[in-house]
Design a protein around this ligand. Structure first.
Ligand SMILES: Cc1cc2nc3c(=O)[nH]c(=O)nc-3n(C[C@H](O)[C@H](O)[C@H](O)COP(=O)(O)OP(=O)(O)OC[C@H]3O[C@@H](n4cnc5c(N)ncnc54)[C@H](O)[C@@H]3O)c2cc1C
Length: 388
């Protein structure tokens, strides 16, 4: 058993690091402060070909696995830009997975090529205000009409909706009450984000302010039949394919943020002199940071284990969920300790750790909460009765 990155994987790290190093703390601070999308970073990643890392080679992608995508996203998130950097490109990696697997050759060419080149951005509308984590209770409905569908409903938290040219929508095409199983009767669409029919209202939020999230109102929005992904009624099952990679990527991004914060804290602890010695000479400062290092390291390798299983085509649900759970907590713990190590300066914007701290709450909540992960492990791994 070898647990190490190979040469190609280390090269990914080195190449991506060269890009992240071009973007300073001031850059990320400004994007966060002004709620401005990091277009320059996004463009640099697109121009270097990274937006297609997991996309098919025949369309200009690199055709690599979730392991390589995870290495890339860890490098991105640990490079100072945290969640803002990661979320500006994250959706490209596994968001369009349903298209890669279930799209027709014509759809793949039409949709994936502009995403890979960075000519188009996409957003993802699954969550709804009245359904929450109970996805089968979504109300957004796509009514069959001549040549396509008319969609009406509401989505919540649609990230990058202010920037996106395209939107993935999960909608009911058959009411839940008429389906054999609650997971039947939902359909996935990918179409132009027509702002005359879709209002995208930005939500003010705790962190990751450079990348918008929105309440989305869809009113009698026409989608041609050619913009339906795969078969009608199979949308929920298509989404399932991408859930495990998404958990791994969100987990590893959290680790990147935690490691960045930890490095900043260790540097501050070496430099800051109080009572005539560096604060890092006190075990009360050292030990929490050392403990954070241990947790981040363990969670990192859990992510890599889940990625490895996924890429081998092996079951990885428990591992991917555990990876996201452990990473979210380890990251939040590390950023909290980083703020505390900085004392008063931890609360100041100048030292960046408060930004990382605010962002580290997000991977504990999205794309799935800690409670739902524990429900999954209890039920599927420990064979305990379903609790809800
Ligand atoms: C910044 C941000 C960006 C996002 N981006 C997107 C996006 O681009 N597209 C998209 O579709 N969604 C997006 N989301 C939505 C995100 O995936 C959801 O917020 C998340 O899945 C939680 O759903 P909810 O907010 O509806 O929580 P709810 O379902 O309302 O749950 C609230 C709380 O109750 C708990 N709970 C509920 N049921 C149970 C149960 N049976 N057992 C134990 N606990 C339970 C939950 O764990 C949670 O703690 C984003 C969210 C945020 C915050």
């Amino acid at each position: 058993m070898e647990i190490e990155l190979n040469e190609t994987q280390r090269e990914i790290e080195t190449s991506v690091r060269k890009i992240t190093q071009q973007f300073t703390d001031d850059y990320w601070h400004e994007c966060d402060e002004n709620s401005r999308f990091p277009e320059e970073f996004y463009r640099a990643m697109a121009d270097a070909g990274w937006l297609g890392i997991t996309m098919p080679e025949e369309l200009g992608g690199a055709g690599l696995g979730v392991t390589e995508a995870a290495i890339m996203m860890h490098t991105v998130a640990s490079g100072g830009g945290g969640q803002a950097a990661a979320s500006s490109i994250h959706i490209n990696l596994f968001g369009p997975h349903a298209i890669v697997v279930h799209g027709s050759p014509e759809q793949k060419k039409r949709w994936l090529t502009p995403l890979i080149k960075g000519e188009e951005k996409a957003c993802f509308g699954v969550t709804e205000p009245d359904a929450g984590l109970d996805t089968t209770s979504i109300k957004t409905f796509a009514k069959k009409v001549d040549g396509g569908y008319r969609i009406t409903g509401r989505k919540m938290w649609t990230s990058t909706g202010q920037e996106a040219h395209k939107i993935v929508i999960l909608a009911r095409t058959t009411p839940k009450s008429e389906c054999k199983r609650p997971t039947d009767g939902m359909t996935l669409f990918y179409s132009d984000l027509d702002r005359t029919k879709i209002e995208v209202r930005r939500i003010k939020k705790l962190g990751r302010n450079a990348v918008d999230s929105n309440a989305t109102f869809i009113d009698d929005y026409f989608v041609p039949e050619s913009d339906r992904i795969g078969d009608e009624g199979r949308g929920f099952y298509y989404l399932l394919d991408s859930l495990n990679p998404e958990r791994v990527l969100v987990g590893i991004e959290a680790i990147g943020i935690g490691r960045d914060a930890l490095n900043r804290a260790a540097k501050y602890a070496r430099d800051r002199v109080v009572f005539g010695r560096p604060i890092g000479k006190n075990q009360g400062i050292q030990h929490p940071l050392a403990e954070a290092w241990c947790s981040l390291e363990a969670a990192y390798w859990m992510c890599m284990r889940a990625a490895y299983l996924y890429d081998k085509g092996l079951p990885c649900g428990a591992e991917a969920n555990a990876a996201k759970f452990l990473s979210g907590r380890a990251s939040f713990d590390a950023t909290t300790k980083a703020v505390l190590t900085h004392g008063g300066m931890g609360y100041a914007r100048e030292f960046q750790v408060e930004r990382l701290f605010r962002e580290s709450m997000l991977p504990r909540i999205a794309p799935v909460t800690e409670q739902m992960i524990l429900n999954f492990i209890a039920e599927k791994v420990l064979d305990l009765p379903k609790s809800y």
